[in-house]
Write a protein that binds this ligand. Structure first.
Ligand SMILES: [Fe+2]
Ligand SMILES: [Fe+2]
Length: 184
């Protein structure tokens, strides 16, 4: 049963779309132009409240199985698990920084740009390693019984941005994502 890998992959595609939007805003910030602070806040609020609470814990359950079934993967999945913690911490720091920025507090633009670019690079590298190395390995070696156990253990919650219903909070962000996908 590899439905779970398909869902994790779909999450990665969605997160990558958000990172592209963040990168565009970084470019504007860097040039001293007006940025959409609300959109950046929405993106990191979503990341802190959905992928960090549901995507990462799902992967952590898969990593536990990989540690048991494939000792050669222990080092790499341990590093990925640690990154889940540091990325969640970074996303929460960015949420706080963006809230100060939107509230006109003195936030050096270059510091904010540095934090955002660092997050983008880390997240892209992390997802790329999972896609290229960990997921194919899991697809090859995890037994049906283990997939079922993982599936029973994972936290489920409707995605408030990319799910079947977009929550009120993320409507503006959803429209920005749609504009981006149409190349406008
Ligand atoms: Fe991950
Ligand atoms: Fe992931």
């Amino acid at each position: 049963m590899t439905d779970m890998l398909d869902r994790l992959h779909a999450d990665h595609v969605n997160i990558a779309r958000l990172l592209d939007l963040v990168e565009e805003q970084c470019d504007l910030l860097h040039k001293g132009e007006t940025v959409d602070a609300r959109m950046l806040q929405d993106i990191f609020s979503y990341i802190a409240h959905h992928p960090d609470l549901y995507h990462h814990p799902s992967e952590d359950l898969l990593f536990e199985v990989l540690r048991r079934c494939d000792p050669s993967s222990i080092e790499s999945v341990n590093a990925l698990s640690l990154e889940h913690g540091t990325m969640t911490k970074a996303a929460n720091e960015i949420v706080a920084m963006l809230s100060a920025f939107a509230g006109q507090a003195m936030v050096p633009r270059e510091r904010l740009v540095g934090m955002l670019l660092d997050y983008i690079a880390r997240s892209r590298r992390h997802m790329s390693f999972e896609e290229s190395t960990v997921f194919p390995r899991a697809r090859a070696i995890v037994s049906e019984q283990d997939w079922q156990a993982i599936e029973r253990g994972i936290p489920h919650k409707e995605d408030p941005l990319f799910g079947s219903t977009v929550s009120e909070q993320y409507r503006a962000l959803y429209r920005a994502i749609m504009r981006e996908s149409r190349g406008q």
